[in-house]
Design a protein around this ligand. Sequence first.
Ligand code: HEC
Ligand code: HEC
Length: 229
Amino acid sequence: MLHPRSLLLFITVCFLCLATSLQAKEYDYDPDNGEEINEICSGCHGEFGQGGKDGEYPRIAAQPIEFIMNQLRLFRDRKRKNFAMVEYIDERQMPENDMYDIARYLSEIKLKTRMSIVDENAPDFDAYARLLESKMTMQIPKAPGNIERGKKIYNKECDSCHGKEGLGDHKKAVPMLSGQYTNYLWKQVKQLRTLERIHDEDSPKEELLNEFSDEDLTDIFAYLSIVDD
Ligand code: HEC
Ligand code: HEC
């Protein structure tokens, strides 16, 4: 029989362990730090995380916090290749709480899908405001393919994880697909199909996208390119 005092000690230790393990997952959000770190990221991903060069640099704004953190960890641990970024995210330069700050900062940036209608000749036309608005507006050009067919396949095979209309799933760390450059999605398909990237942690050896033809994916991406219009 355990002495009551040992029992109390045991319970206290358990409680402390639990408390620290829970605490390890929660950081105090520091938006100023997020904004400062974004000055590094913006060199490639744009001031508002809108990406650039037709998807050579992906859009990272409004992605789920956990998805962004997961990718930064994968890059840092060399489990996902990214020569461009790796020097910026080595552990020494980016501890976990910095990752949280930048991930949350980016995930809270909302990009519009359509520019407002203004008269550029009006006397109160503000060219700078217009430029800012254009940077915060992300309209993916319509990709070729059969939209109706793509929608059907998407709804049957992808939306359980990637969410309705491809907006991603913040609770499950699944990225948005609509609002992402089509070129970038294709590049990722290649990496996923060859298992350079793991699509689903629960079945890392069976790549779902290998069950779909290029035509299927072309149609899915055609649908995703217009769904948020
Ligand atoms: C020197 C250019 C460069 C800089 C600086 C940079 N990135 Fe990247 N980043 C890239 C490239 C290129 C890719 C795409 C890699 C690929 O094609 O697989 C990428 C991919 C990503 C992805 C994966 C997106 C997805 O949907 O798969 C995330 C998240 C990301 N970057 C976040 C950041 C953050 C946060 C910072 C700042 C700390 C940053 N990047 C700085 C070039 C850069
Ligand atoms: C079981 C859930 C699940 C299903 C079903 C699923 N995905 Fe994914 N997908 C994910 C997760 C999780 C990621 C992020 C992987 C990571 O963290 O690297 C992802 C990433 C991707 C990416 C890379 C995006 C980026 O920004 O890096 C593409 C492209 C993609 N999925 C396409 C599809 C398509 C097309 C379908 C339907 C045919 C599909 N997925 C079905 C969970 C899923």
